[in-house]
Design a protein around this ligand. Structure first.
Ligand code: SF4
Length: 407
């Protein structure tokens, strides 16, 4: 039986895990790693049950497609760990926080992806857990597996793959092409070798860097260690065309469909999670949404309506698309406002979609996505929208304007 560690035992690398709770203002927070965001049937229902029985009744989706339970009590931690283990969600006590693997959520289901990276996720997770030394990676170290569509590249994983053709992938270091090329059959071997190289370089520099980019010349030094084993290309891989967010009905190759739904502010109620689990094969995306796969096309429209009625719109034009918020008050003691409640009020008031927008309760801006994002920052006396002070009367209009509505 895995033994949870008390919250105060988190010292150097404070990234929470299933066995390493974080003490938040609303209670203990537990993060469950979901490699590739891929959930087996029944697992989401187990998570929903834990949230309902021991937490605040909701599941929090993270930008790495993991799941968090909030507002737990110390006395529940052993039962939570046991149930996670029983459901296959906690297969390793020693490596639970290093199973950080993001992957293209529609991989293998539709063009134009070049590889199905789901089997790579499974193999990487299994072999990562089998190597004791790799438990020394930090809870923030990220493996990023892109299927060739370019959806995962912007997440800037520490180590990643980007297929350049059906049989070969570029090894990606800190989000950039290393120009080392890896045969498909050696893909996981290359990633694990790079992880070992990172740890060796970190030891050589007497560094406590958590991420590859935090190590002096990290990508170059890891590349140098791997160079003898993998061929080098003359040029970077061409820029991918880019991929739309997987929201709505999406045709799969083979005649079935996937259904992507928005999860407003990344919070799933236990009832919503159970409904998703009943409806299909669930993949959590790094954009805090969910994709149901391999659905019968004749039934999918009905599923979309039922999920929309439950508060999970399957509409790419929904005003909830791209809206994120940090924990805010009362979950975080540093927060100057209940940013989630205010974000929800503004979305409902304006009802218009647009550029991504992130609401933050203080200047730390936790969870802010990379790229072009409107920033709504609590000041204690209201909000600043992209640095412009707003009073509450004009907040909705200002956010809508910043997101590009009406242009
Ligand atoms: S941005 Fe500030 S208020 Fe929000 S979760 Fe982070 S520390 Fe807390």
């Amino acid at each position: 039986m895995p033994t949870p560690r008390p919250a105060e035992d988190v010292r150097q690398d404070a990234c929470p895990g299933a066995l390493r709770p974080h003490q938040a203002a609303d209670g203990l927070l537990v993060r469950v790693r979901i490699p590739g965001g891929l959930l087996r049937s029944g697992q989401l229902r187990v998570l929903a049950g834990l949230a309902a029985e021991f937490g605040d009744g909701e599941l929090e989706l993270t930008s790495r497609a993991n799941v968090q339970l909030r507002a737990l009590d110390e006395r529940s931690l052993g039962t939570v760990a046991d149930r996670l283990t029983g459901a296959g969600l906690l297969p390793s006590a020693s490596h639970e926080r290093v199973r950080n693997i993001v992957a293209s959520p529609l991989s293998g289901r539709r063009a134009p992806g070049r590889w199905n990276v789901a089997p790579v996720v499974a193999e990487l997770d299994r072999r990562l857990r089998a190597e004791p030394e790799l438990a020394g990676l930090s809870g923030r170290f990220l493996f990023a597996l892109d299927d060739g569509t370019g959806d995962i590249l912007p997440l800037h994983g520490d180590l990643g793959l980007f297929p350049v053709d059906a049989d070969t992938a570029a090894l990606v270091l800190s989000g950039k092409d290393s120009r080392l090329r890896v045969p498909r059959t050696d893909a996981v071997t290359a990633l694990l070798a790079a992880a070992h190289a990172f740890l060796a370089e970190r030891a050589a520099q007497s560094s406590d860097a958590w991420r590859l980019a935090g190590l002096e010349d990290g990508p170059a030094r890891v590349r140098a260690r791997l160079e003898p084993d993998f061929p080098a290309a003359d040029a970077d891989f061409p820029a991918p065309a880019g991929a739309d967010r997987p929201i709505g009905l999406l045709d799969e190759t083979g005649g079935r469909v996937s259904l992507g739904v928005v999860v407003p502010l990344g919070r799933l109620t236990a009832a919503q999670a159970s409904l998703l689990d009943e409806t299909g094969e669930v993949t959590i995306t790094p954009w805090r949404s969910v994709v149901l796969g391999h659905l019968d096309p004749a039934a999918a429209a009905g599923h979309a309506r039922a999920l929309a009625e439950a508060g999970l719109p399957a509409d790419p034009a929904s005003a909830w698309v791209g809206v994120t918020a940090c924990a805010g008050r009362p979950r975080c003691a540093k927060s100057l406002a209940d940013v989630r409640a205010d974000a929800a009020r503004v979305v409902r008031a304006s009802g218009v979609a647009g550029r991504p927008v992130h609401w933050a309760g203080c200047a730390r801006r936790c969870g802010k996505p990379a790229g072009d994002v409107v920033e709504v920052l609590a000041t204690g006396e209201g909000y600043e929208v992209n640095g412009r002070t707003s009073d509450s009367a004009e907040l909705s209009a200002l956010v809508a304007q910043a997101r590009g509505a009406g242009r």
